[in-house]
Design a protein around this ligand. Sequence first.
Ligand code: ZN
Length: 239
Amino acid sequence: MTGRGATIGIGAPGSASPRTGLWRNANILVCNGKPMSDDIERLLNCPIRMENDANCFALSEAHDGAGSGHAVVACFTIGTALGGGLVIDGKVRRGPNNEAAEFGHTPMPWPNESEWPLIPCFCGKNGCVEQYVSGTGLARDYRKMTGEDLKGPEIVAKASQGNGEAVAAIDRLADRLARLTAAIVNVIDPDIFVIGGGLSGLPELVEELGARSRARIRAKRAASGVRPDCGASYIPSPP
Ligand SMILES: [Zn+2]
């Protein structure tokens, strides 16, 4: 304790509306529609700075993490949910709606029959990527295919023991992540993807990410490598 006042920074799912200042789009639903930073400031009696948690992750990785030295850094946090952040020339891209890089709430690219009917998302739309590429999505997919109710880490553990159904579920997750990265390359073409979050340590998710996404990238650019220094990252490179 210094005895002096301090500013507190909070990274949290969702974002503040640029129009009203109210928090919105958080998967912690109770936060939505509330003046989050004002409420916490009043309770703690000190200045609060709030930012989307995936944006915080992206900014950190772009400055002195796996994305350091790259102009355009696209980040995912794959855990219970799917967060996204985009840093361009060292600055977080928020956009006029404070909605840039909400990769988890873009539509699942190139959906196949295993993904129909499209899953409703808490945000009010159907087929958001987060419902497929996340720990929650992995658990739902596994339950749909096997009838067995397991959490994401339990499925990962079964896969590591060679269980066929669990291995297949991880494989579908990896394919879905690859389709998302390809769709982002087709729009933004970032210099590097940095992947963090609870599921980022899965080698199956990143080892073949480049090869899996290549077929979906219009320019047929290939991912050149995997750097495991931050969960994982990969760099789309020219052919
Ligand atoms: Zn959504």
